[in-house]
Ligand binder design. Sequence first.
Ligand code: X8Z
Ligand code: ZN
Length: 613
Amino acid sequence: MKPIFQPTLVAVLVAAGLGLAACKPAPQNHETQGSADVAPTSEQAKAFVAKASEETRQLLLQVNRADWIANTYITDDTEALSAEFNQKMTEAVVRMANEAARFNDTQVDADTRRQLDKLKLALTLAAPKDPAKTEELAGIVAKLNGMYGKGKYTKEDGTVMALGDMSSVMASSRNYDEQLEMWKGWHDTAAPMKPLYVRQVELANEGARELGYADTGALWRSKYDMDADAFAAELDKQWAAVKPLYDALHCHVRAKLGEKYGTDKVPQDKPIPAHLLGNMWAQAWGNIYDLVAPVNSDPGYDVTQLLADKGYDELKMVKGAEGFFTSLGFAPLPETFWARSQFVKPRDRDVVCHASAWDLDAKDDLRIKMCIQKTGEEFAVIHHELGHNFYQRAYKDQPVFYQDSANDGFHEAIGDTIALSVTPKYLQQIGLLEQVPDESKDLGLLMKMALDKVAFLPFGLLVDQWRWQVFSGQIKPEQYNQAWWQLREKYQGVAAPVARTEADFDAGAKYHVPGNTPYTRYFLAHILQFQFHKALCDIAQDAGPVHRCSIYNSKEAGTALNKMLEMGASKPWQEALQSLTGKPEMDSSAILAYFAPLKTYLDEQNKGRSCGW
Ligand code: X8Z
Ligand code: ZN
């Protein structure tokens, strides 16, 4: 966990800008008045970077510790401490950003320049120079995070349900009304967040403007080693390429849901009601695999069942995931990881259950924080989180401003890439599965994977389409919810199952909105992980089809992966991508090739159906 750079989720640094633009030369008022105004030297710039790095390192350790307890033991006190340390960090970063701007016109080597730029771009939410506003913003950030963690729904009979309980019902229930009750119960918990969120947007935008950005969304889009508008265009391009695959999946799933619930409940020319897809946010649909499984090609096992059969508890699940990484040549996780992580939901207090991975000291104090449920879905999430931890450890010897992934999509893609290698062959190798199904069952496996990975794509894109417009003022507070549902309909083809109003704050029911974690990273990760998987399978010389490939035990693949990971953020992401895949571009052809056999099947199934919404 790294609040400034925030590679792995959790807390957000609220940094106050003091009116100096991050991307423009600092104002020079007394240019001709003597030696103090002479442009600073490159040696001074280097010395500044060294000093700022050391100060940042020390502050990060404090803020990480405060945030860890605020997330694993939610009380008014831990919330206040988190706000206080984040504010302290803010003040320091503001001072350093000001000082960094002094070197805007200094000729420095490329490496010093990149570190100065990383420092100036590090903020997720900037705050205005007014200290009272900085404090207010830090307080709101901590409060929203706690509110999400504490969210609960009380049923009519008095039963109190947390998100995990409700998600389990969403995953397994096939009762329309029961799923609806869960959906509405959870979404309603977000309503009280709205006024806080509105104020947070105002404050963060003020801060972003003082730093020279049009708004907070513009700041977020500037972090990708390319022009911010070009980055937005790149996303549109990637989405256009994968949309036909998504549309085919949507059409087939809607038809199957129509068969299950009736076409009165699931009209075949309209968006799908958002509560029927096995997930609270309809973002990953793997839990309804049974409703859409292709006839005669079901692989005949499910990982949840295999874990239960072999007596896997939460710890054994984490050990199992660690075993994949060590098979590639990565060193095992340290003792402190096992002692300090939160694997199981504590029964006596509120915590933020949303999974996250933490690096407290940029040395060896790695941890995950989860409320693990013993399911195949969560087994994949554990791999996801450990991907963050192994990345963090790989770049720990980089300068502090490079202790981050190549871009945030890379951080999110590593563990998922490993999880793509959790194939039947691998499950057999580790003794979870007795017999590997033959190739006639591949379609079932591809369907299951597509329900998670392809279904996710539009959701991965739309969360920040909404936030960017909220930050830019294009979506006003009195349109928040309506705009949210317009985007969900446009991109995902899903609709709210009951009428919603502007008293609702449905975006706030998704962790990353009150948690202030940018979301475009997950869209990027879902494209990138298939590129990484393909490249690693080639390196591991796995000859079969890419959906059957597992890089388990391949030291060659591990070495190549580690080479990219240990670069951290020291080079533009395009170079990191090239180091592993041989090409500097994001390329959706890998995900399309992976699912090509499924696409053929879907197109066949969809013949004669009217698709779209
Ligand atoms: O938030 C996460 C991870 C932690 S970085 C569990 N993910 C997104 C989500 O849950 O919404 C992973 C996939 C998308
Ligand atoms: Zn993650």
